[in-house]
Design a protein around this ligand. Structure first.
Ligand SMILES: *Cc1c(COP(=O)(O)O)cnc(C)c1O
Length: 335
């Protein structure tokens, strides 16, 4: 199984009218910090507040109308995308999530008319429940990242970025299960083979990074993170997103919770953008000096579905304690 630029063009046609073409805007502050143009692809402006609508819509819109329903496991945003696309088609959706998912994401999914099932403490537990529904009740299960239609949908971001800004040196992509990074890398490298695609994860529980290093999917302990959307494993049976990320990512950079905290402040205070932790890891990689651009770069601001208590604590410089994961508060200081 593989994926081509043609699949991504087909996905763009399919999802037009469901997902929007998002703005690509300069960040004057980040451009000043790194001395090169630094662009933000604002997937936070999608109708569900995150890019996941692209892949979910491409998968759901392919299904025959007599499909009894759709199901998925999700850290929140994929479930929201599947729920949104299913509602648009008048299909039933059951979203399976672990107890690590923030309440704001659960509420968002319920508001779209989907059923929510909370099972266990990990993505793997949620996946098992969604596979059970598929096997026993005939629901179609849609993987958040290991599905060719989902990856092609996320890849449409790569098309939009390359059409607007063909001379980028690198694209900095938040990385979890790798559907986003794989889709963007397939699109961007088909258009410009020498562009670099850099995956960025948090340094606690970065499953794709550990798997690429091991040469095969490995299990990781799932821990609380400000970048909750980047948590979870890549699936021990991963067929597509792992081989694509392994082949196409030029580098993976890991950032700390303190670096994510500061990057959320940077994006809010300097660009006035509200975003969740997973969205700012591209900024964190540059602000921490772990990635040094040598030309124009773009990063994907993947979503805005942040718990507002945590967000306002960070904006106000307060300490964070997430299930025992602590980050010391600090007031924002521009570089
Ligand atoms: C899902 C998600 C990611 C990571 O995407 P993958 O395809 O799993 O690598 C990043 N940011 C947000 C906000 C997400 O919802």
């Amino acid at each position: 199984m593989s994926l081509s630029l043609a699949d991504i063009h087909a996905a763009r046609e399919m999802i037009a009218g469901t997902a929007i073409q998002t703005p690509l805007v300069p960040s004057p502050y980040m451009s000043g910090v790194c001395g090169h143009d630094f662009l933000l692809k604002l997937e936070s402006t999608q109708p569900i507040g995150a890019f996941k609508l692209r892949g979910a819509a491409n998968a759901v819109l392919q299904l025959p109308p007599e499909t009894p329903g759709v199901t998925c496991c999700s850290t929140g945003n994929h479930g929201r995308g599947v729920a949104y696309a299913a509602r648009k088609r008048g299909m039933k959706a059951v979203i399976c999530m672990s107890s690590l998912v923030p309440q704001t994401k659960i509420d968002g999914i319920k508001a779209l008319g989907a059923d929510v099932r909370i099972t266990g403490k990990s993505q793997d537990d949620a996946l098992a429940e969604s596979q059970r529904l598929a096997a026993e009740e005939g629901y179609v299960e849609i993987s958040p990242f290991d599905d060719p239609h989902v990856i092609a949908g996320q890849g449409t971001i790569g098309l939009e970025v390359m059409e607007e800004q063909p001379d980028l040196e690198a694209i900095l992509v938040p990385l979890s299960g790798g559907g986003l990074a794989a889709g963007i890398a397939v699109a961007a490298k088909a258009i410009r083979p020498d562009i670099r695609v850099i995956g960025i994860s948090m340094d606690r529980g970065a499953a794709m990074d550990a798997s690429i290093k091991a040469g095969k999917p490995v299990e990781i302990d799932e821990v609380a993170s400000l970048a909750d959307s980047l948590g979870g494993g890549i699936g021990m049976e991963n067929r597509l997103s792992f081989p694509l990320c392994k082949a196409l990512l030029d580098e993976v950079v890991l950032v700390s919770e303190a670096e994510i905290y500061s990057a959320m402040q940077a994006l809010y205070y300097e660009d006035r953008i509200v975003a969740e932790g997973a969205s700012v890891v591209g900024l964190a990689a540059v602000l921490s000096g772990k990635f040094k651009p040598s030309g124009a770069v773009a990063t994907i601001v993947t979503g805005r579905n942040v718990d507002m208590k945590i967000f306002t604590d960070i904006v106000c410089g307060r300490d964070i304690d997430l299930d025992g994961m602590k980050v010391e508060g600090r007031t924002w200081q521009p570089a």
